[in-house]
Write a protein that binds this ligand. Structure first.
Ligand SMILES: [Zn+2]
Length: 126
């Protein structure tokens, strides 16, 4: 699967195989009702998202990578532009990490699914 396809599926909450069905029930990650609830299967192509019990433990590594990239970005911005005191920077980083948790949670799961899923190409099946 190409990086562009993974990015598209991740940013639009779409199934990595068909790019039509939604992975999460709600497009709003901050919805208290069902923002973090996943569909068991793709509503369009019936891809089973959780292939086995514990499948999404691997998504924690993706989440760790995303959070580390965010922290590195904030630290670099502070080094060259912001020049906040260390304690202020830690407060900003912790606030953003917790505030963006629903987004990174969803992105990491979709990236994890996309890493092991081949994109369905219409008209190329024999
Ligand atoms: Zn699908």
């Amino acid at each position: 699967m190409r990086i562009g396809d993974i990015l598209h599926a991740t940013l639009t909450n779409k199934c990595p195989r068909c790019e039509v069905g939604q992975v999460f029930e709600n497009n709003n990650p901050y919805s208290f009702k069902n923002g973090l609830r996943m569909n068991k299967h793709c509503p369009h192509c019936n891809l089973k998202f959780e292939r086995e019990v514990g499948y999404f433990y691997g998504a924690m590594y993706v989440s760790y990578g995303l959070q580390t990239a965010l922290i590195t970005l904030l630290y670099t911005l502070n080094m060259f532009w912001w020049n906040f005191a260390s304690l202020t920077l830690v407060f900003i980083i912790l606030t953003l990490v917790f505030a963006l948790f629903p987004v990174t949670f969803r992105w990491s799961r979709i990236i994890w699914i996309a890493s092991f899923t081949r994109k369905e190409t219409v008209g190329n099946q024999q």
